[in-house]
Design a protein around this ligand. Structure first.
Ligand code: PLP
Length: 387
């Protein structure tokens, strides 16, 4: 990664642009989500560098807010958390054959298991390390992605019960993942809940005693109490973004990330001026242009060309022309502005700023992709009174 390392470098890079992350917002979001699920366990998902917010800082803030568990996709992410001193429960759920299972087991990371083959590999790694490993069996209750199908579930729970008897493995959890929780009345939700219920019953009948039963991602945590079981797994919601298309949430979510930049140039142009590559926008009158010095290499989606809005001196202005690799242009009309002025690309709509969801809508994507793809040239800086 080419992220600036020293604080001098960071401050220098921040002259151009920075992502400011409010860690107290993450803690408060976790704490409110936990209250919303009647104090069930919360597994805060901090994969993909904490959805672009910084995995280590986000993990700490989530723990402060009451996350008993952290969830990541990759073993390397789990080991990053351990290297930074996190000693609490961590679940990792995406591995390939030949994975560094021994390192994960030695670091007390619990592992999701999708298949009998994977179980065998983890069992031998645990024997080699000489430590029992906690595993969470994953049922594909209908997402059609990872996990064992209901047909393959029988052999998987049998093999897990056998491995547990022989000592190297302990089945601490059973879980699944929802396909359409962001549309709470979608019929697949009920079908998946029923399938999960059946899978849990079969696991209990096979003699397993998983303490952690979990199904709920952010939308389910917010809107589907039937999916809460013993633990919920919110990701995007802890970063303060609603997973729903309408951007609403029954729990107050504070966006943790503000992406800002400073105008590189402000200039007057005549009518008829084509703007940026391809001249997809042409001025209709004399106007003032502002040059925003971040582009698609920094995560500004090119598909938001001519659509995205930013805030300058308390007013919203629209991007004109195409987003380039390093920059884009806004039409300031006749507003007062100067090079060096701060520009908020997205932040908290309660402050009048565009939201990451506004950008997602402008680009035809979801808020998750907007925050997760902020590039390595943008330094992150952190604000917190608590963490
Ligand atoms: C990413 C992920 C989550 C979190 O999803 P959100 O929609 O961000 O809440 C939960 N569980 C699993 C298995 C995931 O991969």
């Amino acid at each position: 990664m080419s992220s600036p390392r020293s604080s001098d470098e960071r401050a220098y890079a921040a002259l151009r642009a920075e992502a400011v992350v409010d860690l107290d917002a993450i803690s408060a979001n976790v704490s409110r989500l936990r209250a919303h699920v009647d104090n069930r366990d919360v597994l805060a998902v901090v994969k993909a560098d904490g959805y672009g917010h910084g995995i280590i800082q986000s993990a700490r803030a989530a723990r402060v807010g009451g996350a008993g568990w952290l969830g990541v996709a990759l073993i390397s992410e789990a080991l990053q958390l351990r290297a930074a001193g996190d000693t609490g429960p961590v679940l990792c759920w995406l591995t390939v054959p030949g994975e560094r299972y021994a390192d994960a087991i030695a670091a007390h990371v619990e592992l999701a298991v999708y298949s009998v083959d994977q179980l065998g590999e983890i069992d031998s790694a645990a024997r080699q390390v000489g430590r029992r490993v906690g595993i969470h069996l994953k049922l594909d209750s209908g997402l059609g992605r990872g996990g064992a199908t209901p047909d393959d579930w029988g052999p998987l729970i049998e093999a897990a019960a056998f491995a547990q008897e022989s000592g190297a493995i302990e089945v601490t959890g059973v879980f699944s993942h929802l396909a359409c929780a962001d549309e709470p009345s979608h019929p697949s939700v009920k079908a998946q809940v029923t399938e999960f219920e059946a899978g849990v019953s079969r696991a209990l009948e096979a003699g397993l005693e998983p303490r952690h039963l979990h199904l709920a991602n952010s939308p389910a945590t917010l809107a589907l109490p039937d999916t809460w079981w013993t633990m919920v797994r919110p990701g995007i919601a802890i970063f303060g973004l609603s997973p729903f298309a309408d951007g609403l949430s029954p729990v107050l979510l504070e966006p943790a990330m503000t992406l800002r930049a400073r105008l590189a140039l402000v200039k007057r142009v005549p009518p008829g001026q084509g703007i940026s590559y391809g001249h997809t926008y042409i001025t209709t009158r004399e106007t003032t242009l502002g040059l925003v010095p971040i582009g698609y290499a920094d995560g500004v989606p090119r598909s938001a060309s001519n659509q995205g809005e930013v805030l300058v001196r308390g007013q919203r202005f629209r991007m004109v022309g195409r987003v380039c690799m390093d920059q884009f242009v806004i039409d300031l009309g006749d507003a007062e502005a100067a090079a060096g002025d701060p520009v908020v690309i997205f932040g908290d709509p309660r402050r009048g700023e565009p939201s990451a969801l506004d950008w997602a809508n402008a680009a035809g994507t979801i808020g998750y992709e907007i925050v997760t793809r902020i590039g390595p040239r943008i330094p992150r800086s952190y604000r917190s009174a608590v963490t």
